[in-house]
Ligand binder design. Structure first.
Ligand code: NDP
Ligand code: GDR
Length: 331
């Protein structure tokens, strides 16, 4: 029997890579999309991966539990991946209530839809290393205390605990993946790695002259989205649901990540980088460093792609995009 997966957030970075991964495993993939006045439903990331015609898009919204109940009824999924969120940390200070509504309460909405309609479905919640925030231990594991530092992180902590609670209260097969930052050519352009690789490419082809960043001393544990969606799937194949840290165990400053990107195109970061306080955050997460030992031991997951390779792949993709953009401007 073909297995059915339902993905919220299918139009985002992880949703696109997870869809590709599941299609290769012969899943029937369904994705929840919210209506937008300016977008056709076959989103650009799904087209970029060449899978837009291989997924079934269904209309719904994480804020509307009735839409999720209807979708659950229609699709009858074996696995549900909840990737939808207001996921950009700075926006969560501008729109804290919307962030709570989608990123926190939205998790209860989808859990309720599962509990009512399809309680035997395996559920994945996209938890985040942001819940560690103000660091309590040098390397963060599943047992490290949480101290969220933004409305986004507070909302993700709610999503994390409500998933644990539905597992313990109703016996749902609900797992929470505490994923550290993961990147790719499909990363949104507002996140720091993609902002850097996109601007470096634009500088290289003559479309930009400078790169403005905020706190370049921040340290992140960066992995590749392709590695991380594999971990999501592996969690749902276990007999017992559980929570796992997914990380590389290596942390790097924004400054060093940026230097790698400039070096890839033969330029010197110091010639173009401007520190702009407009990009500082009201409260910062200074350093994140994950310990993925439990994931390795229990589900056999390990990352395969290094930060150098991630940044090279991203710069190369952005060089292609910048060349196309430049050619259309030159015409
Ligand atoms: P993106 O920001 O790329 O994608 C977010 C997705 O959520 C989009 O498909 C968006 O749809 C959808 N969405 C937002 N609001 C709603 C809503 N009200 N109803 C339905 N869908 C909605 O995120 P990523 O792919 O990077 O991340 C996936 C998940 O993992 C998120 O929950 C994120 O918080 C979490 N996470 C990400 C990490 C990372 O490093 N990437 C690390 C840890 C956790 P639309 O296209 O319409 O905007
Ligand atoms: P983060 O990712 O907040 O960790 O959340 P982001 O790439 O936005 O920031 C990483 C670090 O870089 C610093 N920084 C800048 N960030 C941005 N976006 N723009 C800048 O100009 C800039 N300059 C410095 C930030 O201050 C920060 O310290 C991501 C999201 O995907 C979340 O959804 C996810 O939960 C976490 O990763 C894990």
């Amino acid at each position: 029997m073909t297995r059915r997966a339902l993905i919220t957030g299918i139009t985002g970075q992880d949703g696109a890579y997870l869809s590709q991964f599941l299609i290769e495993k012969d899943y029937e993939v369904f994705g929840v999309v919210r209506r937008s006045s300016h977008r056709s439903v076959d989103d650009h990331r799904l087209r970029w991966l060449g899978i837009a015609d291989k997924v079934n898009l269904v209309d719904g919204n994480l804020a509307d539990v009735s839409s999720l109940i209807r979708i659950m009824q229609d699709v009858q999924p074996d696995e549900v991946y909840n990737l939808a969120a207001q996921s950009f940390v700075p926006t969560s200070w501008q729109q804290p209530l919307l962030t709570a509504n989608i990123t926190a309460v939205g998790v209860t909405n989808i859990l309720e839809a599962i509990r009512i309609i399809k309680p035997d479905a395996h559920f994945y919640q996209a938890s985040s290393s942001e819940i560690y925030g103000l660091i309590q231990e040098p390397m963060q594991s599943e047992t490290t205390p949480f101290y969220p530092r933004s409305p986004y992180a507070v909302s993700k902590l709610y999503g994390h605990w409500i998933t644990v609670n539905y597992r313990e209260s109703f016996g749902l097969h609900a797992s929470s993946g505490i994923l550290f930052n993961h990147e790719s050519p499909l990363r949104g352009a507002e996140f720091v790695t993609r902002k850097v690789t996109k601007t470096v490419a634009e500088i290289k082809v003559g479309l930009a002259t400078e790169l403005r960043l905020g706190n370049i001393d921040a340290q992140r544990d960066w992995g590749h989205a392709r590695d991380y969606v594999r971990a999501m799937w592996m969690m749902l194949q276990q007999d017992k649901a559980d929570d796992y840290v997914i990380a590389t165990g290596v942390t790097t400053t924004v400054r060093d990540m940026c230097r790698i990107a400039f070096a890839h195109v033969g330029l010197k970061m110091e010639d173009y980088l401007i520190i702009d306080p407009a990009f500082y955050r009201p409260a910062e997460v200074d350093v994140l460093l994950g310990n993925p030992a439990k994931a390795k031991e229990k589900i056999g997951w390990e990352p395969q792609i290094s930060l150098e390779n991630i940044i090279s792949e991203m710069v190369e993709a952005d060089l292609q995009r910048a060349e196309i953009c430049k050619r259309s401007l030159d015409r």
